[in-house]
Design a protein. Structure first.
Length: 589
């Protein structure tokens, strides 16, 4: 029952391929028709052997050769058409799952292993495609072959056929039991492979840190342990297969011995001729291959069920940040931002987030409490405070990475929950502390999210970001290929490309999250100069621990435990002599 319900999810992806499947099925029917014909011809040939009528024997052999040829041509059509349909099913499913993942909220990816998602999108979906191919290319033809050949065997001698298949129920029960065990072992094996993939992704992305801490032996030990668990799980699966084959094979051999014994008895009492028995034996021989395939397919279907379950586990996850029905497009804004009595707490699934890379609040406790801020168009706001105070959370709510539990966030007086996510986020530029670059050219990274772009616009954005000079000095300029995560570039170069990306977007609202904290003094000066250009005539939120970067802000907000405790200019807050003044004194004492 569970197998049926799991594979039932695939029907919407199989249905669009019905024409191709129907064509393949027509070929399958043609192939099936020729099985009893081959058995009948084998009996006729046996009847002529020893009679000396070589002309008749040659004629029957020629007919049998033509039957074989036509059947193999139909098999080619069946195989290629079904492979085409199965690959389209896997393609559509992979695209749908990937699209669904992009709809999930930001918090989901903070608590999910990247390697696990990668495995589900690649190996698991490939396995599902193979199962779909097996069903139509192998399983259904084998079932039809069994039905047609068994029908012919019953036609020849129903008593012999009935007696021969007395062991069939026992074989069916055994195959079913082995299949259930295979499902259990396959789930365990695939989970270990997924964990292994996640470990590799994690280690290779942080290989610099591994080497810096001389932690190679530690990571090798972790890998070896996970690989050993994977080996044990796979060995258990293979051992089960090794037990199944001789058990089922022994039962099949016993049924063949029974067949010869009963066949001799039927011939002795005149119910069967020698030629008919040869034809019957040929029909039995035609059952060996489909029975073996069905046994193997059943195991693969059980293994595939684990992949189907894992894929549709992802599809069952629903995004927590949703557009309202009838959400409108946010028109071009001036940049007025208001947080009105905002209260926010992370859901339990997102507790392991990076909140300022500091201490995490108690799960489900409010991170922001009844917070209100009014920012005028073109105003520069700096957010300062201890790690974990809620600064990053505050700005992450503006592009609706999360939804608030109380209050409102408005841009130009429009509630951000009333507009489409795309139109909202296209008017908010973000320059993060950790710059993320993707495989592709420098131009593609600056014009990220745009399939088509004007290189002149990209160059203009790079000039504003102080990136044009170092880009033009590269051998291929803006067409220089960026390695994975931008490993070929320095921190300052990557940060200036990120600023150019924000410039090209031309947002009215800009968020700078510790944009210069990880840079050397020379790079920081270039990045700071670029930031000053991009911040002109825009509403800007700056998050910074280094207070030297926020002195020029129009207003500085001191955030502590999710509340604004101080607000004013740099000089005003110094004169006040409270929290900001103490922060400043600690950094510059």
């Amino acid at each position: 029952m569970k197998t049926r319900s799991s594979y039932w999810h695939l029907l919407p992806y199989i249905r669009p391929q019905w024409k191709t499947i129907a064509q393949a099925f027509a070929c399958t029917l043609g192939v099936t028709v020729f099985w009893p014909i081959q058995a009948a011809l084998a009996g006729k040939i046996a009847n002529f052997i020893g009679q000396g009528d070589m002309a008749a024997l040659a004629q029957l052999a020629g007919v049998l050769a033509v039957v074989f040829l036509v059947q193999k041509i139909l098999m080619y059509g069946q195989d290629t058409l079904m492979a085409k349909a199965a690959l389209f099913v896997a393609f559509d499913l992979r695209k749908q799952v990937y699209t669904h993942l992009h709809r999930l909220n930001f918090g989901y990816f903070e608590t999910t292993q990247t390697g696990d998602l990668t495995y589900r999108l690649t190996e698991d979906i490939d396995r599902v495609g193979e199962v779909v191919n097996k069903v139509f290319h192998d399983f259904i033809p084998c079932v039809l072959q069994l039905i047609v050949v068994l029908g012919y065997m019953i036609y020849l001698n129903w008593q012999l056929t009935l007696a021969t298949f007395l062991v069939a129920p026992l074989m069916g029960v055994l195959i079913g039991w082995f299949g259930e065990q295979m499902l259990k072992f396959s789930r365990r094996s695939q989970n270990h492979v997924s964990n292994l993939s996640a470990l590799l992704t994690e280690v290779f992305s942080g290989i610099r840190l591994v080497q810096a801490f001389a932690a190679q032996d530690y990571e090798i030990a972790r890998f070896a342990q996970e690989a050993e668990e994977n080996r044990k799980a796979k060995y258990a699966t293979e051992r089960l297969k090794a037990i199944q084959n001789p058990v089922v094979g022994f039962l099949y051999a016993m049924s063949v011995l029974l067949l010869f014994f009963l066949g001799g008895w039927q011939i002795s009492i005149g119910n069967l001729t020698g030629a008919e028995f040869v034809s019957y034996i040929a029909a039995v021989a035609l059952l060996i291959d489909p029975i073996a395939h069905l046994t193997s397919n059943y195991n693969e279907f059980k293994q595939g069920q684990a992949s189907v379950d894992r894929i549709f586990e992802l599809m069952a996850i629903q995004p927590t940040v949703l557009e309202k029905r009838g959400a409108t497009v946010l028109p071009p804004v001036t940049g007025k931002v208001e947080y009105r009595n905002v209260t926010f707490a992370y859901p339990s699934s997102a507790d392991r987030r990076l909140e300022d890379k500091g201490d995490f609040p108690i799960p489900n406790s409010p991170v922001l409490k009844n917070l209100s801020i009014l920012v005028q168009p073109g105003e520069m706001i700096a957010l300062v405070g201890a790690s974990g105070a809620g600064k990053t959370t505050l700005v992450n709510l503006l592009p609706r990475f999360y939804d608030i539990q109380g209050g409102e966030i408005l841009i130009d007086g429009i509630n951000i929950q009333d507009v489409t996510l795309r139109s909202l986020r296209r008017q908010i530029g973000i320059v993060p502390q950790e710059t993320i670059l993707f495989s592709g050219t420098i131009a593609q990274n600056i014009a990220f999210g745009q399939a088509e772009f004007d290189l002149k616009d990209v160059q203009a954005a790079a000039e504003i970001a102080n990136a044009h000079q170092f880009i033009s000095q590269m051998t291929q300029g803006y067409y220089t290929w960026v390695g994975e995560r931008g490993v070929n570039l320095s921190g300052g170069q990557k940060q200036r490309i990120a600023i150019a990306r924000a410039v090209l977007l031309n947002p009215r609202i800009l968020i700078l999250d510790e944009a210069t904290s990880a840079l050397d003094s020379e790079s920081e000066a270039l990045v700071q100069e670029a930031l000053e250009r991009i911040m002109q005539d825009r509403t800007v939120f700056i998050i910074a621990h280094r207070l030297a970067t926020v002195r020029r802000a129009d207003r500085i907000l001191v955030v502590e435990q999710g509340q604004i405790l101080e607000s004013g200019s740099h000089q005003e807050l110094l004169e006040k002599g409270d929290r900001y003044a103490r922060f400043y004194a600690q950094q510059f004492s």
